[in-house]
Each structure stands twice: as C-alpha cells, then as structure tokens.
Write a protein that binds this ligand. Structure first.
Ligand code: FAD
Length: 317
C-alpha cells in the first residue's frame, strides 16, 4: 500500500485551505503522504506541499486540466490509482471534491465516506467520523475496500507546517478529449472583500429575524468589524436579502469556523446541518425557545437591532 493521497483543490493556483489541513492530518496516519495536483502550469505549486508534510507531489500538468473538468479529472485519477495503488485518497468536501470523489469511488468500486470530521487510517483500515441528524449524533463509518475514498469537511483540522520530502513526480497524462463531456464556458467570481464562507475563521449569519435588507446591513457591520465571512439562513436567501452563495445549511454550504454568530436565526435542523460543528456558536434571538440556543455556547435573548449595534460599538472602541 502506498500511503495517503490528498487531492489539491485549486483554481488558477489559489489553493483551498482544506488541502493543507488534510496534508497535516494525513501525516498522522503513518506511511507516505502525497499531494496530487492537476492543472495547467501547476508544477510551480509543488514546493508548497512539502512544507505541510507531502513526501511526494504527483503533478498532472496539461491543457486538459486547465479548469476543473469532471470527466478528465476522474479519468486521470483512475489511471494514477491503478498505477500507484494508494491506500487512501482524500478530497476536501468542496463542490469539486464532492463531485470528483463520488464518481471516482463509483468507477473503482471503492468504499467512500463523505463530509468526515475525523479520520483514523492505518494498515489499510479507515474509520471516519461523520455528523448525522444535523450534528445531533456522530456516526463512525468504517470504509472497506481499496482504495479508501473520503471527503473531509473544511476547518475541522488545523494547518500545521511539517516538512515532507516533496519529491515531484510528473505523471503521464491519461485523460483524453473523449473523457471531456462537459466544459465550463465561463467563470464569474462573486466579488467580495470578505473571507470565503467555508474557509473563514469567523462567520456571522443573518436570518429572517433581520426582517429585510436593512437588518442584514446591521449584521454585515458586525461581520466586517470581526473580519468575518457573511452567511445567511435559507429564509434570508430566499427573501433575496443575500446571494445564494451565502446560504449555510443542508442545501447550502457547510461551515466549520472557530466562531459562528447566528443573528435572528431560529436554528431549523436544515440550518444546523451546515453550522453545528462550528467550534464556538453564539446566537442572538428574541425567542428563548429558539432551537439555535440548544447548540449555542453563548446566547443572548434579545432584539438583534439593539444587541448587534451595541456589540459593534464595543468592537469599535
Ligand atoms: C429540504 C429543505 C432544505 C433546507 N435547507 C436549508 C438550508 O440549507 N439552510 C437553511 O438555513 N434553511 C434550510 N431550510 C429551511 C429551514 O427549514 C428553515 O425554514 C430556515 O432555516 C429558517 O430560517 P430562519 O431561521 O432565518 O427563519 P425563522 O425560522 O423564521 O426564524 C427567524 C428567527 O428570528 C427570530 N427573530 C425575529 N425577530 C428578531 C429580532 N428582532 N432579533 C433577534 N431575533 C429575532 C425569531 O425568534 C426566529 O427564531 C431547508 C428546508 C427544507 C425543507
């Protein structure tokens, strides 16, 4: 068995933090740790991964990998796994990671765990911990078969610098034009000076209790004072107060920040599914019975239009 592979989640050379989190943790599993990077002009990134524990960096550099492409990426990964036989292949639980890991597991007839928040891998055995019932319970899932495929929730592991040998292995390109069955024609990033929701250390979210765009501005001010990402419940997204990319929850994004502040959010099970693994949860809600208080470490029963501006005033001092 050839150790643990970590798929590098990157776009235009911007590497998602979860990649480094996985490299650091994979080091603890014992055996060789390898980063696997696909792209065009990505060879220069290889040195980065050695700092976080990569003993090897497999690089597939070709036009066909210039932008994420399901068919080409999966075909390449299948070919590489057949050649090098890694014990486990880890992906971030990101849009691309989820897309790729599930198809890869299906192609290889491999066992898979998704959205894991902890993992123990040794001697070809792997046990992953997953939050179930919106974080009300934890399931331990043993993945059998080979290779072990898993997606890991961003933010649950620390980024730790730890030197690896970082030997660069340029792999043959196995994906062909026939593997490309969909092409991304355009990529339009949402422009925001705030941190990316799934990678932020602090997330401040607004719900229906904000009562409209003006209420969202109150929450936004708090986010900006804390250097936080802004998020929202589905109620505030569906009302058009916030963009869809900011929805937290079962049908939105899963976040795991050090601090999550829920303002005017009731704490429906679908919202909890996206934030209940946050390390510290604070909530402001007028209703003492709001379910958000069941998961909150710190709760303020009060009107967010009074509490949040007070907090902002204190933070400005
Ligand atoms: C299949 C499915 C998927 C879903 N996916 C998601 C998802 O991904 N994410 C998600 O969030 N939801 C999701 N939902 C919707 C979810 O069930 C809830 O409807 C939604 O989360 C409610 O949003 P909310 O808490 O903002 O609104 P509400 O439940 O209406 O809560 C508003 C809260 O604000 C409080 N409040 C009111 N005024 C104030 C004030 N002045 N100050 C402080 N507090 C105040 C109220 O006491 C209340 O608790 C999904 C639902 C379904 C069926």
């Amino acid at each position: 068995m050839a150790g643990t592979w970590v798929f590098v989640d990157q776009r235009d050379g911007n590497i998602r933090k979860v990649t480094y989190e996985m490299l650091a943790e994979a080091k603890k599993f014992g055996g060789e740790v390898a980063a696997v990077v696909f792209g065009k002009g990505v060879e220069g990134l290889a040195g980065e991964f050695a700092k976080y524990g990569a003993d090897k960096v497999y690089v597939a550099d070709d036009d066909i990998f210039a932008a994420y492409n399901t068919g080409a990426y999966v075909a390449q990964m299948v070919a590489m796994i057949k050649e090098y036989s890694p014990n486990a292949v880890l992906f971030g639980h990101t849009m691309n990671g989820r897309d790729m890991a599930s198809r890869l597991a299906q192609k290889l007839d491999a066992g898979m765990a998704t959205d894991a928040i902890a993992a123990e891998i040794s001697d070809g055995k792997a046990v992953f911990t997953r939050a179930i019932y919106a974080g009300k319970a934890l399931a331990k899932v043993e993945v059998t078969g080979s290779p072990i495929v898993a997606t890991i929730r961003a933010g649950v592991w620390e980024v730790v610098e730890s030197a690896g040998a970082g030997e660069v292995v340029k792999v043959a390109v196995a994906a062909t034009a026939a593997d490309v069955y969909q092409v991304a024609k355009d990529f339009v990033p949402t422009v925001s000076a705030r941190p990316e929701l799934t990678e932020a250390a602090v997330v401040v979210s607004g719900g229906r209790g904000c009562k409209g765009p003006e209420g969202i501005k109150v929450v936004e001010e708090l986010a900006d004072l804390l250097g936080a990402a802004l998020g929202g419940s589905r109620a505030s997204i569906d009302s058009g107060w916030l963009g869809h990319e900011l929805q937290v929850g079962q049908t939105g994004k899963v976040v795991c920040p050090g601090l999550y502040i829920a303002c005017g959010i009731s704490g429906a099970i679908q919202h909890l599914a996206g934030m209940s693994s946050s390390k510290f949860i604070a909530a402001v809600n007028t209703d003492t019975e709001a379910p958000i208080f069941n998961v909150a470490d710190f709760g303020v029963v009060g009107d967010l239009f009074k509490v949040v501006p007070l907090l902002c005033t204190e933070l400005k001092k």
